[in-house]
Design a protein. Structure first.
Length: 480
């Protein structure tokens, strides 16, 4: 047996030590790290989720509803695993929405959730990922891949329970309880039996306090960004701009297909002409084009490294215009993961541009690569237009609607790089652009502070388990 030490992992378990409740005899359940976690939690007073009123639910096998998806933010958000990011649920450019009629037709098969409920990924590589639902929407619909823990009747502090399950210890615990039949997956009964450690009301309430502070900072970040947009629209004289609702436009063949190559009625809607006139004719300071101020970046990665930090459209948060990435082994990268980017580059989604999936790379992490579904722009050295101003401009309702003019395709409508590059943009004085940049930077700083508070809360829970509650409180006091 000594010869095996350091070469393979094994645990020796007495029959009396086997789990006779879940009836688990598989080796995964008794891995050393799981046994260490079990021993650590056994020293802490705990109570099961079922005992504190945790109610679990999930969607059943509903009929195909893909043809009911819309990606314009209309209806009820239909959550899938990709919406779970860093312990929260984030609505992105890839989030599908469902009409309420679909839920009304499938009341027993499509599960819904409410703000402050906790959703958990059932299986696959995302098993145990979880997120706390915010008040951004009054109701959420869940795909089959998610479990919801309803928190309205919980006797314990829902914020503490969420942080514990999101912590390294909680994640290990969820993975340990996963069924190993076929592909690992979580079941409702196994989650109900999870042991939740109990601490003083003061410590558990600190989780709620930090969450609420984080939400306030996030709201302040949204308000700061809104100030940038208000200033920009006010400068353009477009604060209350409203295009025509006229739906008929008469064009000669020379002025239509011969000039543009387009015969679809959507392209010639009068409102698009109103958008262009507002910038090119009515705005007194003049205009330029994106192509004149920004370079199109088409540097294709050779994929010579073992892993990359990959950004796809779903990684852009349409609520605030920020992006994050996922570290993927090169073998896991999708075929359209092509373009190398760096700090300061502007990403513009060519898919459903009206969602506002526009973001600036504001991190210095190496090996960044993005989906080919983005137009990637880099500010020219002699540009009179900053990347921050362009980001705010393209996320305004005016430009989001304007870009719909260039949609091609029916099943999967997209716009082309050249359509973005040829867009007219107003010339804005340096002082105003500096103020816009300051608001955008303030928003980003507040968002970072908001996220840091949640990291502090999560780490404090882990310290309480590793050491004790007092050390967890001390960590919060020293870092928040």
């Amino acid at each position: 047996m000594a010869l095996l030490e350091g070469q393979t992992e094994f645990s020796i378990i007495k029959f009396s030590q086997l789990d006779h409740i879940k009836r688990r005899i598989d080796a995964e359940f008794y891995q050393r790290r799981h046994l260490r976690l079990h021993a650590r939690l056994a020293k802490i007073d705990s109570i099961s989720l079922k005992e504190i009123g945790g109610k679990l639910d999930c969607s059943a096998f509903y009929p195909s509803i893909v043809d009911q998806y819309n990606f314009e933010g209309e209806g009820i958000p239909f959550l899938r695993v990709n919406e779970i990011q860093n312990g929260l649920v984030k609505i992105t450019g890839s989030t599908a929405f469902l009409p309420s009629s679909v839920l009304e037709s499938n009341p027993s098969t499509i599960c819904t959730a409410s703000p402050f409920d906790i959703i958990i990924a059932k299986g696959g590589n995302s098993l145990a990922k979880l997120g706390l639902l915010s008040t951004e929407f009054p109701k959420y619909a869940l795909s089959r891949d998610l479990i919801v823990m309803r928190t309205s009747a919980l006797k314990g502090n829902k914020y503490f329970i969420w942080l514990f399950l999101h912590s390294d210890f909680g994640q290990d615990l969820l993975w340990r309880t996963a069924s190993q039949t076929g592909q690992p997956h979580l079941t409702l009964p196994s989650i109900e039996q999870l042991a939740i450690p109990q601490y003083s009301e003061q410590f558990e309430a600190s989780a709620e306090t930090l969450y609420e502070q984080s939400v306030r900072l996030k709201n302040d970040a949204v308000a700061a960004y809104k100030q940038a947009e208000i200033l920009l629209l006010d400068t353009l004289g477009m604060t209350s701009f409203s295009p025509t609702t006229e739906s008929i436009n008469v064009k000669s063949f020379k002025d239509s297909f011969t000039a543009t190559g387009r015969l679809d009625a959507e392209y010639y809607q009068p409102k698009y002409e109103d958008f262009e006139k507002a910038v090119t004719r009515r705005y007194p300071a003049g205009f330029t084009t994106i192509n004149a101020e920004f370079d199109l970046i088409k540097k294709t990665s050779q994929r010579g490294k073992s892993a990359y930090n990959y950004i796809e459209i779903g990684d852009v948060n349409v609520s605030d215009g920020t992006a994050n990435f996922n570290r993927l082994d090169v073998e896991e990268l999708p075929a359209n993961a092509k373009q190398e980017v760096r700090r300061g580059d502007l990403l513009i989604s060519k898919v459903r541009p009206n969602r506002g999936a526009v973001a600036i790379i504001d991190f210095d992490d190496p090996d960044l690569i993005v989906s080919g579904a983005f137009t990637v722009l880099r500010e020219k050295s002699n540009s009179v237009f900053s990347n921050k101003t362009l980001k705010v401009l393209l996320r305004t309702k005016v430009y989001r609607e304007w870009m719909l003019k260039f949609n091609i395709g029916t099943q999967y409508p997209v716009i082309r790089d050249e359509d973005i590059l040829n867009l007219p943009i107003p010339i804005i004085d340096e002082q105003t652009q500096a103020k816009i940049a300051a608001f955008v930077e303030e928003s980003a700083l507040l968002k970072t502070k908001s996220e840091r508070l949640l990291d502090i809360a999560k780490r404090a829970v882990e310290i309480a388990i590793e050491l004790n509650e007092n050390e967890g409180i001390a960590y919060i006091e020293a870092n928040s």
